[in-house]
Design a protein around this ligand. Structure first.
Ligand SMILES: NC(=O)c1ccc[n+]([C@@H]2O[C@H](COP(=O)([O-])OP(=O)(O)OC[C@H]3O[C@@H](n4cnc5c(N)ncnc54)[C@H](OP(=O)(O)O)[C@@H]3O)[C@@H](O)[C@H]2O)c1
Length: 270
């Protein structure tokens, strides 16, 4: 875990970040890491109860941070923390969120993290499972990049971080659709980085390996064993390890990095 002094040296305090898929797993770990760094957060996922629970935890993190700095706790957290319980595949709802964010001064950091994985051999996968994986893993990412980049252009810069996957880079049997939907994100990242560079907006992806979250409960033990055998560090990743890379990419510590897909996978080899 990052310590408080290091969090401060990232100089992200007071910036505004949108984190999609924040209700659990990697997204929730990101929200906690960014709160420790003093970032104001807009959290998005479908499950309102989980977002509410997370917001309470984040308030405690902000309070601790303010106490350590000898500052008073705010009476109201609405400028520091807000959430939207929406389905990101609903184009109208996403448009409305970004228009609300525009009226509140825009956004500095976008983290496209929400995603789903429905493993099945291509011969047997239903068309609704093909559609739904592309809807959230690819099309929702494209839309959020589009809306956020317009606001970032207006504000003079920003950082976009898309969470793709090692499977988008290397593939895996039973994962043709998930891999394709994530490979599209890497392509988007590389092209968009070139389009937005002149506006001081950096665009990068993180390609996690196998990270211990509810998402991988859909993998069989045999599939997990098969993946573990390829990991140099011989263990699953932690959500916090992806969150820390995300902090780096959001901050000026990575000011000369754009258009990259950064593997956070414990050294996967094939
Ligand atoms: N865990 C891994 O091993 C691994 C490896 C490589 C890449 N990744 C990627 O990392 C990201 C996070 O994964 P994770 O492991 O943390 O997964 P997770 O525990 O299943 O969390 C997924 C998050 O996405 C949200 N979400 C899913 N569909 C959504 C929708 N239609 N609209 C709004 N929010 C939605 C979920 O919230 P609600 O259900 O509340 O909506 C949840 O907060 C995903 O993009 C995943 O593909 C994960």
């Amino acid at each position: 875990m990052l310590n408080f002094k290091l969090d401060q040296s990232l100089q992200l305090g007071g910036k505004k970040a949108i984190i999609t898929g924040a209700s659990q797993g990697i997204g929730a770990a990101m929200a906690k890491a960014f709160a420790r760094a003093g970032v104001n957060l807009v959290l998005i996922a479908r499950t309102e109860a989980k977002l509410q629970e997370l917001v309470q935890e984040l308030q405690l993190i902000y309070d601790r941070e303010l106490q350590q700095n000898g500052e008073k706790e705010p009476d109201d957290y609405t400028s520091k923390l807000s959430f939207f319980a929406v389905d990101l595949t609903d184009e109208g709802a996403v448009k409305k969120i970004f228009s609300d964010i525009a009226t509140l001064g825009g956004v500095d950091i976008l983290i496209n993290n929400a995603g789903k994985m429905t493993p099945k051999p291509l011969a047997f996968i239903k068309s609704e499972d093909i559609q739904s994986q592309f809807e959230i893993n690819t099309f929702a990412v494209i839309r959020c990049c589009q809306y956020a980049s317009r606001l970032m252009i207006r504000n003079g810069g920003g950082s976009i971080i898309n969470i793709s996957s090692m499977l988008g880079e290397y593939g895996q049997q039973g994962q043709s659709i998930y891999s394709a939907s994530k490979a599209a994100v890497s392509g988007l990242t590389r092209s968009l980085a070139q389009e937005l560079a002149s506006y001081q907006i950096r665009v990068n992806s993180i390609a996690p390996g196998i990270i211990n979250t509810p998402l991988i409960s859909t993998l069989s033990n045999a599939e997990k064993e098969q993946i573990l055998a390829r990991i140099a560090l011989q263990r699953l990743g932690k959500p916090e390890e992806v969150a820390n890379t995300c902090l780096f990419l959001a901050s000026d510590w990575s000011s000369y990095i754009t258009g990259q897909v950064i593997d956070v996978d414990g050294g996967v080899h094939f």
